[in-house]
Design a protein around this ligand. Structure first.
Ligand code: 6PG
Length: 222
């Protein structure tokens, strides 16, 4: 069981930026998350460590849209991190422009035999991680490392997502979450008392170190 280590901070994004910069300097394989929360952490990581040439970056999930679509998780990282670096990492993009199952199959093949050092995760207000939404069949996948399926929250486009086996195989899990709108999900995912079994609670079934970086507002129900 992974016992979560909570880091309740005024500025959790800064702490995660420091983790990312250090991991990049060590040449690690880093899995980036999407959504909006990580943007500030990515921008600051690029300032802290402009040389990511020894590292490789992957994505935990992707919306099935072209890379230049504003909803693309690759596009978010490109704008806030990759384009700001002096030396880019090895970039392993999920090709969201393909048919979802084809993109998932291609990424599964790429991931085969790769050790992922750092798995960065966000947390949805419904308690989802990656694109593993409450009640979605993708949650039950225990063989494949990557799968695809429908979104359970906006943006309602099909998704390609790493699965729990991929998360559990990573060297460490780091969750970045902030804001009062995530307090319910944080409490149900990591709290002693919880009312609903949300996908993020499955992270406790892992064995790798699990660090949760959050602000006071998101930690209100812990
Ligand atoms: C995605 C993300 C997803 C995200 C959460 C939180 O594709 O949307 O990978 O898992 O981390 O939805 O998103 P916000 O940071 O925007 O709240």
């Amino acid at each position: 069981m992974s016992e979560p280590r909570f880091h309740v901070l005024d500025d959790p994004a800064e702490a995660v930026a420091e983790l990312l910069a250090a991991a990049a300097a060590r040449g690690e394989s880093i899995v980036l998350t999407g959504g909006s929360t990580p943007a500030v952490a990515y921008e600051r990581a690029a300032v802290l460590q402009p040389d990511w040439s020894a590292a490789s970056v992957w994505w935990g999930d992707e919306r099935c849209v072209p890379p230049d679509d504003e909803r693309s998780n690759y596009g978010l990282a490109k704008r806030t991190l990759l384009d700001r670096l002096e030396r880019e990492p090895e970039i392993h993009r999920i090709r969201g422009e393909l048919q979802p199952a084809d993109a998932a199959g291609e990424y599964e093949h790429k991931l085969h035999g790769v050790h992922l050092d750092l798995m960065l995760l966000g947390l949805g207000p419904d308690g989802h991680i990656l694109s593993l939404f409450p009640g979605s069949p993708q949650l039950d996948e225990r063989e494949r490392l990557v799968t695809s399926g429908e979104a359970g929250l906006d943006p309602f486009v099909d998704r390609v997502t790493m699965t729990l086996p991929a998360v559990f195989a990573a060297g460490r899990m780091v969750v970045l979450v902030d804001g009062p709108e995530k307090a319910w999900a944080v409490g149900n995912a990591f709290g002693e008392e919880f009312t609903e079994d949300v996908p993020a609670r499955l992270l406790l079934d892992g064995t790798a170190p699990l660090d949760i970086y959050l602000d006071e507002a998101a930690a209100a129900n812990l």
